[in-house]
Design a protein around this ligand. Structure first.
Ligand code: CA
Length: 223
């Protein structure tokens, strides 16, 4: 995913950008309101992390302007601990969520994932690189070649694609693809991931599913 970070505290901005890049995303940064607004109009931006107190134009105004222009880009506002009115104003202005400073970067990543998932997709098709999945038709393709997937493999791929670039925990896969039927210690997940790799990666010379030992899996956005 591609994120925009609007924050005038350069150190914090750098920290967020670095974290997002290490998580496999791309990110750009602006240090004031007007340039943040300009950058947020770019349709390639998937979500915005924006401080409320900014030089030139505050984050609430930037958000309100974007919504007035018809933009539905997800926005997470960063607010000061004491500023309850800022949070209310931010949500009123169309922000999707807010985070109180100081915050853990893991928390920011969780919020970004949540608001990005809420954004209505253009059609229901999922696309990650040259992987395409159509949930309605129950069909999937890699580089234009249709993939022959079992129902369960399809469900696992769908969850991984919805969360591309993010870690999907084994627990979550069990809940969503197995409806909690298989138990966490069975090797059902490993078996299905292995089958999935043999269908979506190996024939195409890719390695797009990363195993995070003991935690889960991540579908890489670049592979
Ligand atoms: Ca600030």
């Amino acid at each position: 995913m591609h994120f925009l970070v609007v924050e005038d505290e350069v150190r914090l901005a750098d920290l967020i950008v670095q974290y997002l890049r290490e998580s496999g995303h791309t990110a750009e940064v602006c240090h004031d309101g007007p340039s943040g607004l300009e950058a947020a109009r770019d349709p390639r931006v998937d979500a915005v992390v924006m401080d409320v107190m900014l030089p030139g134009m505050d984050g609430v105004q930037v958000c309100r302007t974007l919504r007035r222009e018809g933009s539905d880009v997800p926005v997470v506002l960063l607010t000061a601990r004491s500023a309850i009115n800022e949070r209310v104003a931010g949500l009123d202005a169309g922000a999707d969520d807010y985070l109180v400073k100081p915050f853990a970067l893991e928390e920011l990543s969780a919020r970004l994932r949540a608001v990005s998932r809420r954004r209505p997709a253009l059609g229901s098709r999922l696309e990650v690189g040259d992987l395409v999945l159509d949930p309605d038709e129950r069909r999937a393709w890699r580089a234009g070649t249709e993939l022959d997937l079992s129902r369960r493999e399809f469900a696992v791929l769908e969850i991984l694609m919805e969360n591309a670039g993010w870690v999907v925990t084994r627990t979550r896969l069990l809940e969503e693809a197995w409806d909690g039927e298989a138990d966490l210690h069975s090797n059902a997940i490993d078996v299905h991931i292995s089958k999935l790799r043999s269908k979506i990666d190996k024939p195409f010379g890719r390695a797009s599913i990363t195993t995070l030992r003991g935690t889960g899996y991540r579908l890489e956005t670049r592979s």
